[in-house]
Design a protein around this ligand. Structure first.
Ligand code: IMP
Ligand code: MG
Length: 179
């Protein structure tokens, strides 16, 4: 497929097209709306990967909410477990007593989320749930299951709709496999 956004790289196939993503995001918005019947909801996006998904998702949630973001330090794949995750940007919002919905682009090993989960739990939220657009279901380190999942993704390297490869391809409106 030739596309000027793809740096001359061929994508193997489109895994989720914009219509499929929009339809599923709408369903997730409905599920989330039903799930939170009362209380304050903070939708916390994990940057950068969740930025497009989060912006579409919050527009499908029909209840009051606040939006904030987290930037976690990236250790790369060879990261040795130190038991902690460092936040490069820490949300301004007070999380205590609130429903926190942590939004992630994709769950791979589950390492990032497990650590964030511990860190955020320590702030005594009323509830803490995970919403991931994509889940590879190969996570061995995920202590807490994601309550809301967009798609069960193939175990391939995916880009687009926020997901990057070396910071490229985040702006592509569909999700493609690079392999
Ligand atoms: P985990 O900690 O191994 O679950 O890694 C999650 C993070 O790795 C995601 O937030 C993504 O930034 C990145 N990642 C994992 N798989 C992919 C992929 O297929 N494409 C792009 N980024 C990915
Ligand atoms: Mg990345």
């Amino acid at each position: 497929m030739k596309d000027p956004r793809l740096l001359g790289r061929a994508v193997r196939r489109i895994v989720y097209d914009p219509e499929t993503i929009a339809r599923r995001t709408r369903e997730l918005g409905e599920e989330i709306t039903k799930y939170y019947s009362d209380g304050d909801v903070v939708v916390l996006g994990l940057l950068k990967g969740s930025f497009i998904f989060l912006s579409d998702l919050v527009r499908e949630i029909r209840r009051p909410l606040h939006v904030d973001f987290l930037v976690a330090s990236s250790y790369g794949n060879e990261m040795v477990s130190s038991g902690t995750v460092r936040l490069l940007y820490d949300p301004e919002t007070v999380l205590e007593g609130k429903h926190i919905l942590l939004v992630e682009d994709i769950i791979d090993s589950g390492r990032t989320l497990s650590r964030l989960y511990d860190l955020l739990s320590a702030r005594k939220p009323r509830s803490l749930e995970i919403c991931a657009l994509l889940h590879k279901h190969i996570a061995t380190e995920l202590k807490v299951p994601a309550r809301f999942v967009g798609f069960d993704a193939p175990n391939e390297f995916l880009v687009g709709y926020g997901l990057d490869h070396a910071e490229n391809f985040r702006h592509i409106p569909f999700i493609a496999s690079l392999q």
